[in-house]
Design a protein around this ligand. Structure first.
Ligand code: ATP
Ligand code: MG
Length: 484
């Protein structure tokens, strides 16, 4: 018994074959090898070959690119159009990607930062170039929240869609995503079929640039590990906008690609109190003293504020919570006991810390001994090393936003001080800690030479007197020095 061919299916096959034959004829007339044409249009030779043999459907984009490179008007596009119009997805409306995640509820403060992004977008529109901004800052400072909020405000200006990719540059237990994998996801979102995606990062990047040229797509690349990771993900000169977030200073992107840099600071204390108030409203007003203390101990960092706010809302002993936060030895405990590592302050800091080289990590630990801050010369003495190598270590801390530089002094934030002190107690011997303090004390005030002969247990207290600091952290620090 012979089966009758399905007329619709048979016609689809015929059109596929007609397209393949036309493509091969035009390519040969232009004197191009299949490999060469595949490279020009940034598709894989394997897939092009299947199309020429009538075994795979062409896309309209691919046909248009072939028309352009073979200089045959819109002949191939017209043939492809008929296949697409008959295809299984023909009845579906074109899919425009809108990949923004939910994001934070209410963004408190940050008006200046939102204004910065608005201005960069307006500048790019008037210059006809794409917008490229990197939003940088320490763990939990609110980079993603800011960018997602801004993207929701402006997404309607990008009629060709919004792409969002988490590059996992600083996710515990995960390696940064390869640019090639991100491009695969982006190309898929732009409608390229799996078989049409070429192999190799360079060819994927070329296809991505081809498809985004002349379009208005907003591209958000969250959590970049470094400039190299995002290089291949940038569109060419186009009406697209790219906003990247990273804990690292993306110097390469700023220098080579002329990216504007938005460096996020902690919130103002008043905004920080409002964040707490947004988490716990009953029993407190925004000016409450508890809020003031908690905001300060959290360094006005939104992630810490949100966790502390949640704890305040659920604890039976707000005073106990405040006590824990005030003492750097226990500060991170209430901010870290979470069922989700993405909202655990200690884990967030650990991920940044693990990106430091050995010298910068040691400097970070030692700086917890001097919460008031130090010049580069002082840091060199503290580390017992030449100033040049101390400077390199300090630059490493600035690069990852684990220390700040203000008025020539390097200083750790409240959360970083507590975390660095934990690492110091674990990774440096008591002798090394005391020796560092002694070096600094001697350097700062020679008449305290006697201090050098003091028993180790007394060195930290002597140092506290010497430094003249009134920070509440000193007693705890003395404790750390005592610990073995
Ligand atoms: N301005 C703000 N107002 C209220 N909540 C905020 C604000 N900024 C951030 N948050 C909240 O703080 C938490 C941390 O913010 P976010 O994830 O954006 O930080 P991040 O800088 O991207 O951190 P990471 O470096 O880990 O990626 C989130 O729960 C977010 O919703
Ligand atoms: Mg983030």
């Amino acid at each position: 018994m012979t089966s009758t061919p399905d007329p619709v299916f048979g016609e689809a096959l015929r059109r596929k074959r007609v397209f393949g034959e036309a493509l091969r004829r035009k390519r040969e007339e232009a004197g191009l090898s299949l490999r060469r044409l595949a490279a020009l249009v940034s598709y894989s030779p394997g897939w092009m070959s299947r199309i020429e043999n009538g075994l795979a459907n062409p896309t309209l984009q691919m046909a248009q690119l072939c028309d352009r490179h073979l200089s045959v008007g819109d002949e191939l596009a017209a043939l492809a159009q008929r296949i697409v119009a008959d295809g299984p997805g023909a009845q579906l409306p074109a899919r425009i990607p809108m990949q923004l995640p939910r994001g934070a509820g209410v963004l408190i403060g940050r008006d200046l930062d939102l204004g910065f992004l608005d201005r960069r977008m307006a500048d790019a529109a008037s210059s006809g170039d794409s917008m490229l901004v990197s939003v940088e800052g320490p763990a939990g400072i609110g980079k993603t929240a800011l960018v997602v909020q801004w993207a929701y405000r402006v997404w309607s200006r990008f009629p060709d869609g919004v792409l969002f990719a988490d590059l996992h540059g600083h996710t515990r237990g995960m390696s940064p995503v390869s640019p090639s994998a991100v491009l695969h996801v982006c190309l898929t979102a732009l409608g390229v079929g799996a078989k049409a995606i070429p192999s190799g990062v360079a060819r994927r990047a070329a296809l991505f640039r081809t498809l985004t040229s002349g379009r208005q797509v907003l591209i958000v690349l969250d959590n970049a590990s470094n400039s190299a990771q995002v290089q291949a993900l940038l569109p060419g000169r186009s009406a697209c906008a790219v906003v990247i977030t990273s804990r690292r200073r993306l110097t390469g992107l700023a220098v080579r690609d002329d990216a504007s840099v938005l460096s996020l600071d902690p919130l103002t204390e008043s905004d920080a109190r409002d964040v707490l108030h947004s988490c716990v409203s009953t029993g407190y007003d925004a000016g409450d003293r508890t809020f003031r203390v908690v905001a300060r101990q959290c360094g006005c960092v939104p992630l810490a504020l949100r966790v502390a706010g949640y704890r305040l809302a659920t604890t039976r002993s707000p005073s106990g919570l405040v006590r824990d936060l005030v003492d750097p030895v226990t500060r991170l405990d209430p901010l870290s006991d979470a069922d989700d590592s993405s909202v655990c302050v200690r884990t967030a800091l650990e991920c940044s810390y693990l990106n430091l080289d050995a010298a910068a990590a040691r400097m970070f630990r030692l700086l917890s001994l001097v919460p008031a801050g130090l010049t580069a010369a002082g840091a060199a003495v503290l580390g017992g090393q030449p100033q040049r190598s101390a400077q390199r270590a300090l630059d490493g801390l600035l690069d990852l936003h684990l220390a700040g530089l203000n008025g020539g002094e390097y200083r750790l934030g409240e959360l970083e001080v507590a975390f660095a002190a934990e690492k110091l107690a674990l990774e440096e011997s008591a002798a090394e800690r005391v020796a560092a303090l002694q070096r600094l004390a001697v350097w700062r005030e020679r008449r305290y030479l006697v201090f050098q002969q003091a028993p180790a247990a007394d060195a930290a207290s002597a140092y506290a007197l010497l430094a003249g600091s009134n920070r509440t952290t000193l007693s705890a620090r003395t404790g750390l020095v005592h610990r073995g």
